[in-house]
Design a protein around this ligand. Structure first.
Ligand code: EPU
Length: 435
């Protein structure tokens, strides 16, 4: 992208200092929709996926599916997918470089056809992010993987064969890929130290509807008894817990009152505890979470430390947003990022808004400056979650914040500007003069 092109891209303008008030409807989860879309590759047929968010990432995934010969049609919030005419097994560089989750086609393609070719994803804005767990897992199931001209060539001479797969660290997409591959393998596959994120539970539910035999949902030990055939199905995507958490932190950071509807509160245990620790009132309802931070406008937020961990620990995908909140706290908090080695790109931008943050390796020390700690500034989004932390900071700051490169936000937040405006935020998307 050239400087001229960047200059012409849309920006967000936020006039801060307005307490947010009201309720937001949560969309389907990006990180559940992506693996569930690729799971349709396992078996030829017509599928209906309900509550699929319309995001840049889901659109990229549909482009990849179309590249493979698959027909995808949107019907409101639902997707109709027909995987009968699969005619390619290649995930090209252009698509993988814009979305690493493209790697999720590997497992189903290997299970159905025994071959797959995918551009090796490089590093990204939050770290190196290798795919060695995916590849060594597939090798355990009898796949040979080699690197040719930047592409992973994966091939199985015979039907995949069940085996024991152990991950050194729980990996969300590696667990999903191996689960999908194992459903059609001969014999039993045991995945040890599997990730337990709710999005994996959603995938297990879909695979079970398709006829797969999987034990151990919501645990780190998954057992898959391979089947000869699967069938197509209709399935609903779970609500996006990260989107829900982002709005809850946003409402609180402005000293507002309100909440999120159509979410699953049990999916956010650690955030709820941390928000309560900061002095925010949190009320958990059946399918909603309400927060009230009006008292915090008088007393300020208490400082809270967080350590990101695999689920049910505090999610790395809500780390940047919580940091924005902690810049407004009364004292010093420490945020320890244990999942990704480079996920502090938002720090330099928050500093431009007046935040006092120092980094020591994977730890950030935030010296909260109280409720008036942030002032509006021009800032730049660097990745999806970093961008949403800048939006939160802009909403809580005094004055105007201009956020550039908002295409990052569009990867993972459906109608964010409209949803925030519905809460009373003074926010607009603007396209600079194209002259
Ligand atoms: N890892 C390896 N080798 C592998 C795979 C993972 O070393 O082969 C390491 C990673 O480098 C990282 C750790 O294992 O240190 C865990 O990463 P994981 O594999 O779980 O991440 P992911 O599956 O690539 C998903 C989400 C991310 C989210 C992480 C962690 C999807 C499509 N993406 O990524 O979402 O941050 O899990 O929860 O599900 C986002 O939505 O903004 C996002 C980045």
């Amino acid at each position: 992208m050239t400087i001229k092109e960047v200059g012409k891209m849309e920006k967000l303008i936020v006039e801060g200092g307005v307490p947010l008030d009201g309720e937001v409807e949560i969309s389907g989860a990006k990180n559940a929709a992506l693996p569930l879309i690729t799971a349709t590759l396992l078996c030829a047929g017509r599928y209906r996926l309900k509550n699929v968010p319309d995001l840049r990432d889901t659109r990229t995934m549909l482009r990849l599916m179309e590249h493979l010969g698959i027909t995808c049609e949107r019907d409101g919030k639902d997707l109709e997918i027909d995987t009968t005419n699969l005619n390619s097994a290649e995930a090209p560089y252009e698509l993988v470089k814009t979305m690493r989750a493209s790697v999720l086609v590997l497992g189903p393609l290997l299970a159905r056809t025994g071959v797959a070719r995918i551009s090796l994803p490089g590093g990204c804005a939050i770290g190196a992010r290798p795919i060695n767990y995916h590849l060594s897992g597939f090798e355990q199931l009898g796949v040979k993987c080699s690197l040719e001209n930047g592409y992973i060539e994966a091939k199985a001479e015979n039907r995949l064969k069940g085996n024991v797969v152990y991950f050194d660290m729980p990996s969300v997409t590696a667990t999903e890929n191996l689960l999908m591959a194992a459903t059609l393998a001969r014999g039993t596959t045991i995945i040890k130290n599997a990730a337990k994120e709710p999005e994996i539970g959603n995938l297990i539910d879909m695979l079970t509807l398709m006829g797969a035999d999987i034990e151990g949902k919501n645990t780190d030990l998954l057992t898959v008894h391979g089947r000869d055939n699967l069938t197509s199905c209709e399935v609903e995507i779970i609500p996006d817990r990260i989107e829900a958490g982002t709005y809850l932190i946003g409402i609180a950071a402005t000293g507002g009152q309100g909440g999120v509807k159509n979410c699953i509160p049990e999916h956010l245990p650690s955030l709820i505890e941390k928000m309560r620790g900061a002095g925010i009132l949190v009320e958990v309802q059946d399918r909603a979470i309400m927060v009230d931070a009006r008292e915090c406008c008088k007393k300020g937020f208490k400082e809270v430390d967080i350590t990101t961990m695999p689920y049910p620990g505090y999610p790395t995908d809500l780390q940047a947003q919580f940091m924005a909140l902690m810049t407004l706290a009364n004292g010093v908090s420490v945020i320890h990022e244990t999942i990704f080695e480079n996920r502090f790109m938002h720090v330099a931008e928050l500093q431009r808004m007046g935040a006092s943050i120092s980094i020591d390796g994977r730890r950030a020390m935030i010296s909260g400056k109280g409720l008036k700690g942030l002032t509006g500034a021009p800032v730049m989004a660097t990745d999806l979650r970093a961008s949403s932390s800048l939006v939160i900071a802009g909403l809580a700051a005094s004055g105007m914040t201009e956020i550039a490169r908002i295409y990052h936000l569009e990867r993972g937040y459906e109608s964010m500007v409209e949803k925030l405006a519905g809460l009373g935020a003074d926010i607009a998307r603007v396209r600079p003069d194209s002259s």
